[in-house]
Write a protein that binds this ligand. Structure first.
Ligand SMILES: C[C@H](O)[C@@H](O)[C@@H](O)C(=O)CO
Length: 544
């Protein structure tokens, strides 16, 4: 057997593909690694960084799959290994190496919202789960708290970290009220029977292996992929007239939406960028209609971001039932008075969820607007009748205006940060309104589809607190302050298999619990293993 130095742990760190992001975020990673290394040293272990800082690139991240494969060639495959993350990272940079690593693997993120490091780690975790790689995971604000130290000690001694997952209850183990079960199953059968098309504009986004649903698993749910191309989307944008784009923009302005325009397109949003996004909105709908898609996802990063503006405004509008009308070249209105559920970053797991949720909610007589968010960060908040851990859900550009306080009037478009999007394009941001929620996440585990499902509340935080949270993360992006019923911070982090979480509103708490039960039955009917998380009234005792 290969031997390795006693009490030595390897450390790798995966980064973005974009040089600008890696350079900007490097300082935070360095600081995190400093604290982590000290904490490890206090336990008598030594950290060996498996790849060096690159003087030319001015960062020390693994920034490509090729680099990752080469780095892993020099790591003893039996040694303990930490993947340390404080930035958004592309999982495929390290996935190849991790799939063949035999020693214990620990993913670690710093509890900070400054950059999407927790988001990056959650993506890595979901991807490792899908790939069948054993790993453990930990997170910490400064790597000196009891939770972290206890977890790290267990990992060093036993090669794994045990988390409290007592909040998870499989649907198989409970019985739903018969009427809810019947309604959900009937809906699931309808989707499977009618069959639906998921339009995917370039599969696979930013190395998110977990977000790709193998076709054979998808087919069992009754959904089939239509593989579309962002090149075709761009070509189609060229055919949209300026006048058509202006009509979309005027519609939005009349609705009261704000566009934070400036003049310097390199750092500011310009009217030209917004009009380009309006063309993309029209082109996406026309292509979706031609292929008969029931939901679409635009990958929007590699390729598209190098050619044109970001797709966020487009995505938020598609997800809203009240949106600017779009006509085909023959003058027929497309998807009239309906949303066309969109899954950001072509996260196909979210695509299944959005499609099911939008239509199920409408059938139940509730608004069906739904979106994913990143699980970006969170902190305990006390005040305004709240004394709870309040998550900061934030997505990198778009949520439906129906979710915002004051709808379109509360919606604004800010330029996407230049370090991620050189050619700009605006977000569709707002503050999500207070109200009851059903949250969920579909994921792949043991080559099968699973779904975690729970209820929660979007809460109202004072303006100053919202601004503080926005400033500490990314103020250009839409925000939701959320509490999850019966799920602690660490329970969510331990169980959740993705950077994304799906949310949809319900009119009140009772409706949220009921809809959650019906959705569970619908998912089960589509062949998905359902796990209730936290305090869901699955038997309908409190909220019939
Ligand atoms: C711009 C960034 O790369 C984002 O796309 C990232 O933070 C995500 O949203 C990941 O889900």
């Amino acid at each position: 057997m290969t031997t390795f130095n006693e009490k030595q742990v390897y450390l790798v760190s995966s980064g973005d593909l974009r040089l600008s992001a890696n350079q900007n975020c490097w300082a935070a990673q360095e600081e995190m690694e400093r604290l982590l290394t000290q904490a490890i040293a206090r336990m008598g272990w030594q950290v060996k960084r498996a790849h060096a800082y690159n003087e030319e690139k001015k960062h020390g991240f693994i920034d490509s799959q090729r680099m990752g494969i080469e780095v892993f060639k020099n790591i003893n495959p039996y040694a303990p290994l930490i993947v340390a993350e404080s930035v958004w990272q592309y999982t495929h940079h390290v996935l190849a190496g991790l799939t063949t690593h035999k020693g214990p693997i620990l993913t670690v993120a710093n509890w900070s919202g400054q950059w999407p490091g927790l988001v990056g780690m959650l993506n890595l975790n979901g991807s490792l789960t899908k790939a069948g790689v054993n790993y453990s995971s930990l997170w910490s604000e400064d790597f000196s708290d009891d939770f972290f130290i206890k977890g790290l000690t267990e990992w060093f001694t036993r090669g794994k970290v045990t988390h409290d997952r007592s909040h998870v209850k499989n649907l198989d183990a409970v019985s739903l009220p018969p009427e809810d079960e019947r309604r959900g199953r009937a809906f699931g059968r309808k989707i499977r029977g009618n069959k639906a098309i998921m339009g995917v504009f370039d599969e696979g986004c930013m190395g998110m292996f977990n977000a790709i649903v193998p076709d054979d698993l998808l087919h069992k749910t009754g959904i089939f992929k239509e593989r579309l191309s962002q090149s075709a989307l761009y070509a189609r944008m060229r055919l949209v007239t300026d006048r058509e784009a202006e009509e979309v923009l005027n519609w939005l302005i009349q609705k009261g939406m704000t566009f934070n325009w400036g003049t310097d397109g390199t750092i500011e949003l310009t009217p030209g960028q917004t009009l380009e996004q309006c063309k993309m909105y029209i082109a996406a709908m026309r292509i979706a209609d031609e292929f008969g898609c029931d939901t679409i996802g635009i990958q929007y990063q590699q390729g598209l971001k190098d050619l044109t503006v970001a797709s966020d405004l487009v995505e938020g509008l598609l997800n809203n039932q009240d949106r600017p009308p779009v006509y085909n070249e023959a003058g027929k209105e497309l998807y009239a008075n309906e949303a066309l559920p969109h899954f950001n970053e072509v996260d196909e797991c979210a695509g299944i969820d959005a499609l099911l949720t939008y239509h199920l909610w409408k059938e139940l007589g509730m608004p069906g607007e739904t979106t994913l968010h990143d699980i970006r960060w969170g902190a305990h908040y006390k005040g305004e009748g709240i004394d709870d851990f309040v998550w900061l859900f934030l997505i990198s550009g778009a949520a439906p205006p129906a979710h915002f306080i004051d709808g379109y009037r509360g919606a604004a478009s800010d330029r996407q940060p230049a370090m991620y999007f050189r050619l700009g394009g605006g977000s569709l941001k707002g503050i999500s309104k207070p109200g009851s929620l059903v949250w969920s996440r579909i994921y792949v585990m043991d080559n099968a589809l699973h779904c975690d499902l729970g209820v929660g509340e979007a809460v109202f935080l004072p303006k100053e607190e919202t601004q503080k949270r926005w400033q500490e993360t990314t103020p250009q992006w839409p925000i939701m302050h959320a509490t999850l019923k019966g799920v602690s911070r660490d329970q969510l982090m331990a169980q959740h298999q993705a950077n994304h979480i799906q949310v949809v509103y319900a009119p009140d708490q009772a409706a949220a619990h009921k809809a959650c039960r019906i959705k569970a039955a619908a998912l089960a009917e589509m062949g998905i293993s359902v796990h209730f998380c936290g305090d869901v009234d699955h038997e309908g005792r409190q909220f019939a």
